[in-house]
Ligand binder design. Structure first.
Ligand SMILES: [Zn+2]
Length: 153
């Protein structure tokens, strides 16, 4: 859960945000990310934070490009503050576009499979297989909120 606007600009947490951290509804990473983001752009807002091989921050169209900044300056600033690699991912209903943005390779398609529950299968050309990292796939799966596998064809 995100911390409130007030807490993003200060180094202390209000009673309500503190309660969420204590109850585990807000992670320390979310607190750190919200504050790092505030230092880049106090107006910028994000949707979610996913921890993995990189910190993946999702943001709405427009907000994402604002956070990334000119020549990736915003991302660099956040990486310096968080001392971790950061990826800003634009949220869209287009799963293929999000997958391409996350994996940085062309995606042929995203299929929805039903195997008791809904899961997703990414189809990617074999030639890009070596460029797809497990960590990015895991993060993508958590962002979609669904099991995800990948086939190379
Ligand atoms: Zn607060």
């Amino acid at each position: 859960m995100k911390i409130c606007r007030f807490c993003r600009g200060t180094s202390v947490l209000c009673q309500s945000c503190l309660k969420n951290v204590r109850e585990g509804k807000t992670t320390q990473l979310e607190v750190d990310v919200a504050r790092a983001l505030h230092s880049v752009d106090p107006e910028a807002d994000y949707e979610s934070v996913t921890d993995g091989s990189r910190i993946v921050i999702t943001a709405k169209k427009g907000a994402a490009s604002k956070i990334i900044g000119k020549g990736g300056r915003g991302v660099k600033k956040m990486e310096d503050a968080l001392k971790r690699k950061v990826k800003i991912l634009e949220v869209t209903d287009d799963r293929k576009k999000m997958a391409e943005d996350m994996l940085m390779v062309p995606v042929i398609g995203v299929n929805v499979l039903y195997d008791g529950k809904e899961k997703l299968r990414l189809r990617v050309s074999r030639r890009y297989a070596s460029r797809v990292s497990r960590g990015s796939l895991d993060s993508l799966s958590r962002i979609y909120g669904k099991d995800l596998d990948i086939v190379y064809e």
